[in-house]
Design a protein. Structure first.
Length: 56
């Protein structure tokens, strides 16, 4: 099995959005279908990331 490296920053953003590390791994690897709730969390992470990039 291929090893997945998750940065501390990525994990912190996921956890701040209510996503567990296991949910993040499942999302990134496509290990299972992504439930709608998880997609919404991912969208919040993306929005937050976009804001940080714009501010930076």
């Amino acid at each position: 099995m291929e090893q997945l490296e998750i940065s501390e920053k990525m994990l912190a953003m996921a956890e701040a959005s209510g996503m567990s590390k296991d949910e993040l791994v499942n999302l990134l690897t496509g290990a299972e279908d992504v439930p709608q709730e998880l997609l919404e969390i991912f969208e919040r992470i993306a929005d937050s990331t976009a804001e940080v990039v714009q501010e930076g």
